[in-house]
Design a protein around this ligand. Sequence first.
Ligand SMILES: *[C@@H]1O[C@H](CO)[C@@H](O)[C@H](O)[C@H]1NC(C)=O
Ligand SMILES: *[C@@H]1O[C@H](CO)[C@@H](O)[C@H](O)[C@H]1NC(C)=O
Length: 321
Amino acid sequence: MTTLVTLLSLLLLGALAQHGSDWTYSDGALDQAHWPTEYPLCGGKRQSPINLQRKKVQYNPLLTALNLTGYEAQGGEFPMINNGHTVQISLPPTMRMTAADGTEYIALQMHFHWGGASSEISGSEHTIDGIRYVTEIHVVHYNSKYSSYDIAKNEPDGLAVLAALIEVKEYTENTYYSDFISHLKNVRYAGQSTVLSGLDIQDMLPANLYYYYSYWGSLTTPPCTENVLWFVLSDTVKLSRAQVWKLENSLLDSHNKTLRNDYRRTQPLNNRVVEANFIYHPEYRHHLGVELQFYLRKINSNVEYLKKYIEQKKAKRKSQD
Ligand SMILES: *[C@@H]1O[C@H](CO)[C@@H](O)[C@H](O)[C@H]1NC(C)=O
Ligand SMILES: *[C@@H]1O[C@H](CO)[C@@H](O)[C@H](O)[C@H]1NC(C)=O
């Protein structure tokens, strides 16, 4: 494993050296406004992230819960690297996500996007009704019908990302993040890597994994390939302010500048539709999807009951005639 990590770091440092003017979020010639000059796909019509405007989201009752397997606590060694843009944890292919249509996706890596520059602490990529959250977590998967990520990443139905938004809950340390956060100091410099022993992704995700938004978009970093099926969870993760502060202040980019605001601005929706498996109602801040299905079933069974009752009455009257 150590050799693997060393090899990964060497590859990464090699890649960094090769692209002297690597892309950035906000500094230099290749900041996000200029990504399309070097990476034309970044100027496409189906880009991510987007603003999720709740009153325009379309309810789709066929979107059942995602089936996440292998997400629970697991032993082993998980390489974690500062790639100069974010901190990224490699995931084992035993982690899988099956979407409502039966398509199975294999996990590859997870990483974060955060803010922290000057007074601005928000740094999520997706926004909800214009609100930017503090941090966003992405679990990147590829379609299991392809033999590897490298093949899938160029296919139109190649990728799926499970995303969750993080909120600050002032003085509440989220102990599920303690191990990850305590390892950040080991990956201070771009290209450095460390190893997490044991991982429980399920605990690092929101408690409610049932409700999500879904739409077709792209990678949010160059080359911005438009082949990503997005699942943005509706529930959020809560971290303490101190934990978020550590995430925002522990890593340096390849120029030894503190890695902050590593998020892409929201992109035009154009003619895409965002779906969700719940109904948003501004007056009820809970999810109506399941309740609605429950009441529809109840109404249907009452209708069935009434039909039978009427049939019986008719039959009785006939027999009396
Ligand atoms: C979830 O997916 C796994 C493997 O992909 C499968 O074995 C299992 O039956 C699925 N569970 C449900 C409830 O569909
Ligand atoms: C960043 O800092 C480290 C440690 O001081 C140093 O070895 C490295 O050369 C620096 N990198 C740059 C790009 O300045």
